[in-house]
Design a protein around this ligand. Sequence first.
Ligand SMILES: C[S@@+](CC[C@H](N)C(=O)[O-])C[C@H]1O[C@@H](n2cnc3c(N)ncnc32)[C@H](O)[C@@H]1O
Length: 295
Amino acid sequence: MPRKSKNRNLHRAKKEQNDEHYTRLTDIERELHHYRDHFRDQVVFLNCDDPETSHFWLYFKLKFEFLGLKKLIATHYDRERPTYKLELFGYGEEPVRTSLTQNGDFRSPECVEILKEADVVVTNPPFSLAREYVAQLVEHDKKFVIVGGFNWITYKEIFKLIKDNRLWLGVSPRNMSFMQPDGTEKQVNACWFTNLEHKRRKEELLLWREYAGNEEMYPRYDNYDAIEVSKVRDIPKDYAGVMGVPITFLEKYNPRQFSVEGNIGSYAPDGYSLANAVYLKKRKVFKRIVIRRIP
Ligand SMILES: C[S@@+](CC[C@H](N)C(=O)[O-])C[C@H]1O[C@@H](n2cnc3c(N)ncnc32)[C@H](O)[C@@H]1O
């Protein structure tokens, strides 16, 4: 095999290996109980889940009645072979297994047909296909609660959805522990992404610091007309202009309290980047989200 394609195969295998980490029931329960009302009479689709081992399947199977689900569907993925889907129609019932002619890839026409039938998609998808995965949910106008890497925020396609209030962070804190195929646990800087309303998103961030012209604490960027707020807890209560804040701000973001104006720093230019990089006394500041407080 030529060296280049061998390298490519190795790279792909490594990426796919990184995709193999499984969500724990405790984390699923901790997040999903915030969405109880969103699941009533809904068809829930787990499109990156092996129902024989997935704790997502287990969760919805056990909670079928409590949540008032209409139907639960999961498709199994195999890189090479045709697989199957499993459907559950009621609590305590036997699931119905149907063979697929394709391999359960979420992009396969067969899975897209199932997606069309679904109301809410819930899963932890392969991180290496994040952009494609999220784009498909948006294209089909689906409700979703999914696990993803915290750094997805910095992908321009995903940031655009955040800015437009079409996707936001879930409730549970980031940094999650996942099971690996060898039975060990792995810590990943992961979080939940959703477009379902939840209570945390309605909570106001308590603001107590005062700007009061304090340019030492809140310096102005050399090349962009905004102040730097280096810690989310220091967002001033009395500043009406635009502020650059760390991306962890999104964990506290309430769209009734703040508007997201764009981003600055190391993002690709995309119409949402307000500046490619900002500087404070000639020192580069990385990854900032530009926000404004809604009076
Ligand atoms: C991060 S793991 C999570 C598995 C499961 N959702 C969970 O949380 O326990 C992502 C899974 O997606 C599957 N997968 C990879 N590529 C896929 C694709 N193109 N379509 C559907 N599933 C895929 C892999 O088999 C892998 O197990």
